[in-house]
Design a protein around this ligand. Structure first.
Ligand code: TRP
Length: 450
């Protein structure tokens, strides 16, 4: 990127990184994974991987960015020429994620319009969501709206303005979510959900749950795709790195936690304790929340406000996803911003259409037993990101040495978890990532069954 700017304060850096990190991953993806993989069990695994792997990887990426002052492709090249491919691999991740992210973003726009037009009650119906996503023209229309909106903002280069706006709206999202969570807990039957969500059952820990938690960690914290390297390159040399990472993590995990605290107890309350309702997967947020709002006084307005805030969080994340793709292509081709934006818009739209139709017209198509959207989600989160993370740990741990990162951290403050960092980056993370990757690939191709 030519316009080398830097953040003016540590708080500015933390909020910008958190703004990119907090999006549909926290509000939509975390709760449905937690519901699917055992509630408290998943929460427990997630917290462990967040404070170990999440901390280590985010610190590493931001330090690499600040040290080299470059974006991912060039930064890996600067560390060691033989590993330039990791930079390219990490650039592939947002290209896969962005299209289907916009499909979900479209669903959010749909629900926003539903609430704005006062249709809170019908939206709470059992098959409302399924009918919507299995359609053809409606989901495509809302996908088009969301992706076009993102593209226009990125093309005009006004994303900084939008980000400022999101910094004002984000606190409202937190307050509104906490309020809704408290309300949900007063609904009869919800407490069983709270217990399910908070109490780990260690007999339910499975390799699949660990893989899902790890994939969610990468996705939610925008790791293993070069974004945090870019953010790090904008960070001031004197700002404390370790505490910045801790704050971003607390913010990101906190919002995911609250979102789960709304959705899972609500599922329990409205399904009459039928746990199979927890498996409705990707649609959980769109099926359960409307029921909550339909039961609340002023639920129509609250629902509208809630989906508006979710829409904004999703938009700021999709903007930074697209911005990443655009800046890589611009750097490599030298085309103008507008040309690249049109190109990315068209290609992403074409890539997104199958994901959108995968719940209706194309529902016969299953890839590795998954719907098309879930397939893209799996390829990026459970395959590519662990591979990028594995190589990052290997390069930093054993090729250039952790000293590079440690010096960068200590240049701007103390490094309290230094010993832990060294052990994780050198041994624990690579071993774990490798084991998980191999078993997940073998499982995918049916060699073993988890
Ligand atoms: N972390 C974002 C979320 O939780 C999604 C995301 C993944 C993202 N990669 C990104 C956002 C890159 C911005 C940039 O929804």
């Amino acid at each position: 990127m030519q316009e080398k700017t830097s953040f003016t304060s540590k708080l500015g850096f933390v909020l910008a990184a958190a703004g990119s990190a907090v999006g549909l991953g926290n509000l939509w993806r975390f709760p449905y994974l937690a519901a699917k993989y055992g509630g408290g069990t998943f929460l427990f695994i997630y917290l462990i991987v967040a404070i170990s792997f999440g901390f280590t990887l985010m610190l590493t990426e931001i330090a690499i960015g600040r040290k080299t002052g470059m974006s991912a492709v060039n930064a890996y090249h600067a560390l060691d020429k033989r590993f330039t491919f990791i930079g390219y691999l990490s650039a592939l991740v947002p290209i896969i994620i962005f299209p289907y992210y916009c499909v979900i973003g479209g669903w959010v726009v749909k629900y926003l319009t539903v609430y704005l037009s006062g249709m809170a009650k019908p939206a709470a119906g059992d098959s409302y969501f399924t009918n919507f996503i299995s359609g053809t023209s409606q989901p495509l229309l809302f996908l088009l709206i969301f992706i076009a909106l993102t593209s226009v903002i990125v093309a005009m280069g006004v994303e900084k303005g939008v980000e400022k706006f999101s910094k004002i709206l984000m606190p409202f999202l937190v307050i509104l979510s906490i309020g809704i969570a408290i309300y949900v807990m007063t609904i009869p039957g919800a407490m069983n959900g709270v217990i399910y969500y908070l109490k780990p059952d260690f007999s339910k820990i499975s390799l699949n749950a660990i893989l899902a938690a790890l994939g969610q960690l990468f996705y939610s914290m925008s790791l293993a795709m070069g974004i945090m390297i870019t953010y790090g390159s904008y960070m001031k040399k004197e700002d404390d790195l370790e505490s910045s990472v801790t704050q971003i993590e607390i913010f990101d995990t906190g919002i995911a936690f609250i979102s789960g605290l709304i959705i899972i107890p609500a599922v329990f309350a409205f399904s009459g304790g039928d746990e199979s309702a927890l498996n409705s997967g990707a649609g959980l947020m769109f099926i359960t929340l409307p029921k909550v709002f339909a039961n609340m006084k002023m639920g129509g307005i609250l629902g509208g406000a809630f989906f508006f805030l979710v829409f904004f969080a999703a938009l700021t994340s999709s903007i930074s996803l697209m911005e990443t793709i655009v800046s890589i292509i611009k750097e490599k081709t030298g085309f103008s911003r507008i040309t690249v934006c049109i190109l990315v818009f068209v290609i992403s739209l074409i890539m997104a259409i199958p994901s959108s139709l995968g719940y209706g017209l194309l529902s016969g198509i299953q890839l590795l037993g998954l719907s098309i959207l879930d397939f893209f989600d799996f390829i990026s989160n459970s395959l590519l990101m662990p591979i990028v993370a594995l190589f990052t740990c290997f390069v930093v741990g054993h090729i250039v040495g952790p000293k590079l990162v440690i010096d960068e951290v200590e240049n701007s403050g103390s490094f309290k978890r230094k010993k832990l960092y060294i052990i994780i980056i050198k041994y624990i993370a690579p071993l774990f990532l490798l084991a998980i990757l191999i078993s997940s690939i073998l499982n995918t191709f049916g060699v073993i069954s988890l």
